[in-house]
Design a protein around this ligand. Structure first.
Ligand SMILES: *[C@@H]1O[C@H](CO)[C@@H](O)[C@H](O)[C@H]1NC(C)=O
Ligand SMILES: *[C@@H]1O[C@H](CO)[C@@H](O)[C@H](O)[C@H]1NC(C)=O
Ligand SMILES: *[C@@H]1O[C@H](CO)[C@@H](O)[C@H](O)[C@H]1NC(C)=O
Ligand SMILES: *[C@@H]1O[C@H](CO)[C@@H](O)[C@H](O)[C@H]1NC(C)=O
Ligand SMILES: *[C@@H]1O[C@H](CO)[C@@H](O)[C@H](O)[C@H]1NC(C)=O
Ligand SMILES: *[C@@H]1O[C@H](CO)[C@@H](O)[C@H](O)[C@H]1NC(C)=O
Ligand SMILES: *[C@@H]1O[C@H](CO)[C@@H](O)[C@H](O)[C@H]1NC(C)=O
Ligand SMILES: *[C@@H]1O[C@H](CO)[C@@H](O)[C@H](O)[C@H]1NC(C)=O
Length: 535
């Protein structure tokens, strides 16, 4: 196991405490930035929504959040997840590492989601552990990992290390009728809106935490609401909203995936009318559930303002993965390599971040932990991700931006035919009515996504066709045309080499200033200089 080998040497010397006050003051004046607790360490809040896309208008219903976080700080127009599935992505957010290094492959225990091996390994080196060492008071409320609290995962007694206050959902997304682990003790909830609606409960617990905080101790809060994940149960006051809204019909909506991997070539293609009704209904309900998250953000910001903490608090708003609704005739889900599933919303406000910025530099979910640790002043452990503090607050930090990255997914299947559609045989999963399946064992892929210099995606599948998909995102934002047969084989070879490096990268070798950056640049030069074959 590689985890124990990754403890890095401290990167920053501490300021001496034995110096006389005048010298200390001078030191503080010269070095005063967010890194030093001497200047009053900043509080940090991470709000992580569930399955909220950005490509299909997922931020549209969140007007207050856009105003209070986005307009008050930075909105990232190229934020991605390294993997478009809940448990692997959440594990990446917590550890700052790609799935191939935290080894969480899917949402089940067999795929290491909250498994004993995860608990013994990666979880002991996750974000709250470092923040706790940095004397932050840490608070969690919401959905943690899909298998959290199940019998095999230690039930509700397991409180992951580093958390001082813990209110975590047992199992996968629910809005009512759920159990929580409250600091290791079970708390059961029914279905009264006033007492149990999960999004509101997360907010209420957060406000209580803020009221009881100890003055002078910085805090880290992670709030992880159930929206916009199924079963899409909106608060009663929002159940009639957006009655005329439908999923957008543009781009790849209901387009066939003829030149794509096996799963996307399967019928029905185009979708049946009943699938359209189903996805439109889901699309509306998703927006309705997000209205409660929008209220949460408003009330939280207001509370921080009342407590005079707002000007010393960083607030991150992000989602674990994107989502699709009809793209390439897939009714609803995630797990695909395309932009709609891997792009996520990301907005950050806080000290040193100028308002109304649109940051184009690509950032990843694995960058959240290093960025938060950078703000906290922690000696940065080596993670696959990189701090993006310099991208949003250049006055506080300078540093290179990321130009290309890895996207990886291990497809889920079933050893027995799905009862929803036995005729399709084994190897598929998440099958919906009309016999459309959203995943299969052979939907296992890895991609290089480059954004700076060239806007390209190169993906290889572990299936028995060794299928390859390549997209020119400059000319084809909707990824309608797989150009694998049109680009120069030398470019494919370079991308293949780059992908192999990224798939085995760890820590600094995943960074853009390491070997990855070299490949990024090489790929870019080749892409721009090679003659392209005529179409
Ligand atoms: C589960 O995680 C452990 C280490 O954390 C790893 O050794 C093991 O291979 C992982 N299992 C799978 C199926 O990836
Ligand atoms: C909650 O559980 C009760 C008892 O099983 C059930 O009657 C009720 O319909 C459930 N509510 C929701 C919203 O699922
Ligand atoms: C949250 O607090 C508000 C204000 O006190 C209250 O009206 C609401 O019922 C509470 N909701 C939950 C789920 O605790
Ligand atoms: C934040 O605002 C309060 C007054 O509202 C002020 O006392 C404090 O110095 C400010 N802190 C920062 C870091 O600007
Ligand atoms: C989840 O991942 C594990 C490890 O790769 C695998 O054994 C298991 O079959 C996967 N689950 C599904 C439903 O595919
Ligand atoms: C993908 O898996 C399905 C189900 O096992 C199988 O029928 C199909 O031949 C596979 N296709 C490829 C390209 O691997
Ligand atoms: C591809 O794999 C599937 C099982 O996943 C198998 O049924 C099929 O025969 C294989 N096809 C080829 C061409 O190897
Ligand atoms: C990608 O699209 C741009 C803009 O249309 C074009 O200039 C470039 O040649 C394309 N590259 C390939 C490989 O098709």
């Amino acid at each position: 196991m590689a985890y124990s080998e990754r403890t890095p040497p401290p990167r920053h010397a501490q300021t001496g405490s034995s110096l006389c006050p005048a010298v200390s003051l001078l030191l503080v004046l010269f070095t005063c930035n967010v890194r030093y607790a001497a200047c009053g360490a900043s509080n940090i809040v991470l709000i992580l929504s569930d399955d909220q896309d950005v490509e299909l208008g997922g931020m549209t219903p969140m007007k207050k959040t856009k105003l209070l976080i986005g307009d008050a700080g930075a909105t990232f127009s190229n934020a991605y997840t390294a993997t478009a599935l809940g448990c692997p992505s959440r594990s990446s957010i917590l550890t700052g590492n790609y799935p191939h290094n935290h080894a969480v492959r899917n949402d089940s225990l067999a795929g290491n989601c909250s498994s004993p091996l995860w608990q013994k390994g990666p979880e002991t080196l996750a974000l709250p552990v470092y923040l706790s060492k940095r004397k932050y008071r840490t608070f969690f409320a919401g959905k943690y990992l899909e298998q959290y609290g199940t019998k095999e995962a230690g039930e509700f007694a397991h409180v992951p290390p580093g958390w001082d206050l813990w209110h975590a959902l047992v199992g996968d997304t629910k809005y009512y009728n759920y159990s929580l682990s409250v600091n290791g003790k079970e708390e059961k909830h029914g279905d009264s809106y006033e007492k149990d609606y999960f999004t509101d409960l997360i907010l209420n617990r957060s406000l209580e935490f803020l009221d009881k905080r100890s003055l002078g101790q910085p805090f880290f809060m992670m709030l992880s609401p159930p929206a916009a994940h199924a079963p899409w149960t909106a608060a009663p006051q929002y159940q009639k909203e957006f009655s005329d809204v439908k999923a957008p019909r543009d781009g790849s909506f209901n387009k066939p995936g003829k030149d794509k991997h096996w799963l996307l070539r399967q019928p029905p293609n185009p979708m049946a009318g009943s699938s359209m009704d189903f996805l439109d209904d889901a699309y509306r309900k998703r927006w309705q559930t997000l209205l409660s998250v929008d209220d949460m953000v408003e009330k939280l910001v207001k509370k921080l303002e009342d407590l005079k903490e707002l000007n010393n608090t960083y607030i991150f708003y992000a989602s674990d993965n994107g989502f699709h609704a009809g793209q390439f005739s897939l009714p609803i889900d995630k797990r695909q390599l395309y932009e709609f599933d891997i792009r996520v919303p990301l907005m950050v406000r806080g000290p040193g971040i100028a308002p109304k910025q649109i940051v184009k530099a690509p950032v990843l979910n694995i960058d959240l932990a290093p960025t938060i640790l950078d703000i906290s002043g922690s000696d940065l452990p080596i993670m696959d991700g990189q701090s993006f503090l310099s991208q949003m607050a250049p006055s506080l930090r300078s540093g290179p931006s990321r130009s290309c990255f890895l996207v990886e997914h291990t497809g889920e299947g079933s050893p027995v035919p799905d009862p929803a559609c036995p005729k399709l045989g084994c190897g598929l999963s998440h099958c919906l009515p009309n016999c459309v399946c959203e995943d299969s064992y052979n939907n296992t892929y890895a991609c290089v996504r480059t954004l700076v210099g060239i806007n390209l995606q190169y993906c290889e599948f572990s299936d028995n066709e060794s299928f390859v998909e390549v997209y020119n995102l400059t000319s084809d934002l909707s990824q309608l045309v797989n150009i694998v047969k049109k680009v120069d084989p030398a470019l494919l070879q370079a991308m293949n080499q780059h992908l192999i490096k990224l798939q085995s990268c760890a820590g600094s070798s995943c960074h853009d200033n390491g070997i990855n950056g070299l490949y990024c640049v090489m790929g870019c030069i080749m892409f721009n200089s090679l003659p392209h074959r005529p179409h």
